[in-house]
Write a protein that binds this ligand. Sequence first.
Ligand SMILES: CC(C)(COP(=O)(O)OP(=O)(O)OC[C@H]1O[C@@H](n2cnc3c(N)ncnc32)[C@H](O)[C@@H]1OP(=O)(O)O)[C@@H](O)C(=O)NCCC(=O)NCCS
Length: 301
Amino acid sequence: MIERFGPDEWERLKTVRLRALRDTPDAFGSSYERESRFTPETWTERLTGSWWRVAVREGRDVGLVCVRIEEGRAHLLAMWVAPEARNRGVGSRLVDAAVERARQAGVEEVELWCADHNAAARALYTGKGFTPSGRTMGLPSNPDIPESHYLLSLLFRAARRDDLPAIVAMLADDPLGARREGDPGDPRYLAAFERIDADPYDELIVAERDGKVIGTMQLSYLAGLSRLGAERCQIEAVRVAASARGQGLGRRMIRWGIDRARARGCVMVQLTSDKSRADAHRFYDSLGFTASHEGYKLALS
Ligand SMILES: CC(C)(COP(=O)(O)OP(=O)(O)OC[C@H]1O[C@@H](n2cnc3c(N)ncnc32)[C@H](O)[C@@H]1OP(=O)(O)O)[C@@H](O)C(=O)NCCC(=O)NCCS
């Protein structure tokens, strides 16, 4: 069971947190030595200044998680499950509660740091959709231990099969798209989706807000021999729903795609845009792209 702390329960927080720091010192940026010296006032400030949850099993406190909201982002911190309660889904429920808290706070991203050697935590976080951002540093409490930064977007995610009608509608709601798209129920859309979904080098992304799909793009990771076998990312089929335009969503989506490609180790992001789309060209220029190549197409049907 996941419980909140009572407003005066700083000693309970202290007990669980100090046990976590003693149990797995290499998992946390802080240390037992440091926090065992905290005064009751500091514990009270910690308890009231952030969102904490404790996992309880058979009447005993066996897990902890903290979320701090700062600068429009949620930071997931202090994640710990007692050894006797591991591998029973407690960690999974604590992460779910933390992500739900972030959603309720209206932020678009959850971030955390995780030591690279910590296979259990990495599996837990990546299973929940967190991806490495590419940032790394030494663990503050022991700089010899490398740790990596992970992000979970609450706005952008991989598309699911039931997003297809909304995606096709966005592709069709466009002067060029209107001429070439068809019935969203056409099995060819599903077949294409399933192929993309099964391919680790291809991602169909959607932006979702308040349960509505309001943007999409496809990211394809292309292999090539040039530049020492470097991978490049191709962005295709970018659309923001008409109702969501002019709010900076497209810009955030492309930036998110660029960060994602960079974190994978891609050396370049490339795209083509129809010559008639003057507004789109200005949009990509403003994001740092340069129209350095002529894009050639030969229609085969
Ligand atoms: C990491 C930790 C929080 C996981 O808690 P947990 O309650 O054991 O995790 P769960 O049982 O909820 O497991 C959820 C998922 O995590 C992954 N996972 C958990 N332990 C794992 C392990 N030892 N090896 C590989 N994957 C593991 C699995 O993918 C699992 O999903 P599954 O049940 O579908 O296989 C726990 O091991 C822990 O507290 N470790 C010490 C402190 C720590 O490392 N904190 C993280 C700081 S960043």
